[in-house]
Structure formats: structure tokens, C-alpha cells
Design a protein around this ligand. Sequence first.
Ligand code: FMN
Length: 166
Amino acid sequence: MTPYEAIVSKRDLRMYTDQPIPDDVMGRILQAGRMAGSAKNLESNRLIVVTDQAVQDALALAGDFASWIGSSAAVIGFASPDDQLRLFDVGRQAQNMMIAAHAEGVGTCPVTLGHPDRARAAVGLPDDWVMPMVITLGYPVADHPDSPLKRPRVALDELVRHDRWS
Ligand SMILES: Cc1cc2nc3c(=O)[nH]c(=O)nc-3n(C[C@H](O)[C@H](O)[C@H](O)COP(=O)(O)O)c2cc1C
């Protein structure tokens, strides 16, 4: 799989087998997140890898569209001091890791944690830290069904403008 093929074929997958993710595979996924750049080189984010069932179940209650995340092989949370949170940095780390995971045969999905206090309590974050997003990971079930959320993307000529708006 070329990098381009990995990027354009990656879809968000939410149904996983019980197979754990081997340490070497997870190591490469985390390394892909580590190598994302950060605004002003602050590198404020910390990644919390959650395989513990009770912690995953608590995280499921921190999102409004997260009920399924307890069946993940692993969840990776993006934690940051509240006053240093930069979602662009989170997005770069998340996408790096999701593409690396896809190339390893591991499915992923981003999940929003809209209840900050529950997210903080679930993983024991300090009071002045937040964890607004996680990604879930796991080996996809055979014949993974299409997500009801799956949509065709906006056409390229609608997405892209050249030089000026119109
Ligand atoms: C910032 C962001 C937040 C998301 N939050 C959730 C979520 O809370 N729960 C969920 O199931 N999917 C979530 N998703 C996944 C989107 O629903 C998904 O990217 C969209 O359905 C496209 O999926 P596809 O690549 O399979 O077409 C999120 C995606 C993004 C980019």
C-alpha cells in the first residue's frame, strides 16, 4: 500500500475483533503520532493509550456518539493542558496515527468527548487538563458493514478554489 493509497482508502471503522494490537504495531502507530509537528513546537499533547475495559467504558460515557468504544482493542486519547489545546495539532497526530494503523491493517475512528469532566475523571487527568478527542483502534471484523454515517466526499471541483474565492 503506497502512502497515497493508504490515505484515500482509509474509512472510519467501529466494529473490531477481540484480537489485541501487538506492541510493535502499536509502537509504530504511536511513533507516527509523535512525529507530527506542533504549533510553535510546543508539543503540549500527551497520548493516553487505554486498553483497560473499565476505563474504556467510562470514556464511552464522556461522548454522545461513543457508546461502542468499549469494544475497541485500544483507545488513544489526546490530552493537553486546557490553555495549550490546539485542535489542529490533535488532528495532525490523530490522522498520522490512523493512516499508519490502516497501513498495518488496524481500523480506527475518531470520537469526540463532549463531556470534559467525565473524560478527565475516566483517565484521572489533572483539573487543568482536557481530553476532547480520542481515536479507537482494533482489527476490523470480517465484512465490516458500511457505517450509516458513510457519505461520498464533496467533489474536488467543489472543494477546491484557485487563487480567489470566485
Ligand atoms: C473531528 C471528528 C469528530 C468525530 N466524532 C465522532 C464521534 O463522536 N463518534 C463517531 O462515531 N464518529 C465520529 N467521527 C467520525 C465521523 O463520523 C467520520 O469521520 C465520518 O463518518 C466519515 O467516515 P468515513 O471516513 O468512514 O466516510 C468524528 C470525525 C471527526 C473528523
